[in-house]
Design a protein around this ligand. Sequence first.
Ligand code: FES
Length: 273
Amino acid sequence: MFKIVRREEMAEGTVILNEIEAPLIAKKAKPGQFIILKANEEGERIPLTMAETNPEKGTVTIIYMVVGKSTALFRDMKVGDVFQDVIGPLGKATHIEKVGKVICVGGGTGVAVLHPITRALKEIGNDVTCIIGARNKSLLILEEQMKAASNDLRICTDDGSYGHHGFVTEVMKEVLQQGDVKLVVGIGPVPMMKAVSNITKEFNVPTMVSLNPIMVDGTGMCGGCRVSVGGETKFACVDGPEFDGHLVDYDELIMRLRAYQEEEKKCHSDYCT
Ligand code: FES
């Protein structure tokens, strides 16, 4: 169980894909749900939303950016290596409904989370415009998959090395101005989700975001993942990870995500040296 059966280095080797044997999770998981993984006995518990599940093969796929010691440990595992623990599926599945015109906006590794949601929204009959972005062309992931999963794919890079030169929010605004958009799904770095939500608020278009706070148990008991949504405290692991983007307190989320930044940096540099 939990053996790595496929490993790919994407985006300059900073984004890693692992397909992992987890037949029970693969059978039950739905788009939007996440798993918690531990590399070894002493390892940190890392929550990651599944990019793909294959119930026939009994596997789940995660795509993550190497940002600290734990993800560096994951990166260094090879095909045939085994994760100590994989727990899931956790969290609520995405509410998939036919509403008409939908925009799916993804940034960085958020694109991996967005992929199964985009596909499910299209499969049910929505007209899905997908806008994905990265800092530069080599950091862009899943272009072909997102093309297949949507009706119209737009690409943006911050440095203009591919597609629109600028942010996903600029292209999203143009599509919103054409009118008739019934739903926006935004998944990516917190500042991106905040910017997406601020714009869609002006257009009065319902917006769903997927949050990634620090998590410990993933079952609603520790309170580590608490976020403020519409003035209420919610636990992202059981009440989310998806929430109404117009109600999320993004500044508080950013502050809480930075709480252990110094310790994380030190751990990572100790691991690398
Ligand atoms: Fe502990 Fe959500 S991770 S309550």
